[in-house]
Design a protein around this ligand. Structure first.
Ligand code: E4P
Length: 216
């Protein structure tokens, strides 16, 4: 399973890249705003800065909601850097735009997926990635991981090449369960990735090895 980091924070992206397990980055308008990046020139420069830190795919989200606007915005974003993947919302004009981008060889990430039907449409339209928001489903008492399992089954039934990009990941159990089910990618906050490192028996065992190594 690939690991993407779900942030626009350059320091966190660098830290994950240096850990050596990072395969890409996802951003969204809220994550960009959190870093204080709102004006267009700064947004563009920020995407380029992110691409220069990581080796993998970097999702950049359109804010237009009509077909023409999504296409114009997406084409500009895709032209910024070969690592850019255009993130498109799951709406009617978004589905049309996914199909258009697919025909032009522009890679896409269909975002705001909350049902298997939406995931099926995104795959049929040729999305490169499809992003179910599992944490936000959990927040409303629906099992986000169940959606990942449904998507895996449906995509495998028909050989869809669209990659399942588990999003809105909140904690290490989400990551482990996504890997068990067979999500292609999990995009996570840095805290969830580094939490995978921890086990108290590792700390106790290491302390004992180090103390024994120090014995004469
Ligand atoms: C990533 O592509 C999504 O935009 C993101 O994971 C949403 O996460 P949130 O539910 O924590 O905002």
């Amino acid at each position: 399973m690939k690991f993407f980091i779900d942030t626009a924070n350059l320091a966190q992206i660098k830290e994950a890249q240096e850990l050596g397990v990072l395969d890409g980055v996802t951003t969204n308008p809220s994550l960009m705003a959190k870093e204080g990046i709102k004006d267009q020139d700064k947004i563009i420069q920020h995407y380029i800065d992110i691409c220069n830190i990581v080796d993998g795919d970097v999702s950049a989200e359109v804010i237009s909601t009509d077909f023409k606007g999504i296409v114009e915005e997406g084409e500009k974003l895709a032209a910024l850097h070969p690592q850019i993947v255009v993130k498109v919302p799951m709406i009617k004009d978004g589905v049309k735009a996914l199909k258009y981008f697919s025909s032009k060889g522009i890679r896409t990430n269909c975002t705001l997926i909350f049902s298997a039907g939406q995931a099926l449409l995104a795959a049929k339209a040729g999305a490169t990635y499809c992003s179910p928001f599992i944490g936000r489903l959990d927040d409303v008492s629906q099992d986000g991981l169940e959606l990942i399992a449904q998507m895996r089954l449906i995509y495998d039934n028909y050989g869809y090449e669209t990659q399942i990009l588990a999003a809105s990941v909140r904690h290490p159990i989400h990551i482990i369960k996504c890997a068990e089910i067979g999500a292609d990618v999990a995009t996570c906050p840095l805290s969830a990735i580094t939490a995978l490192l921890n086990h108290p028996l590792t700390d106790i065992g290491l302390a004992k090895f180090l103390s024994d190594a120090g014995k004469k």
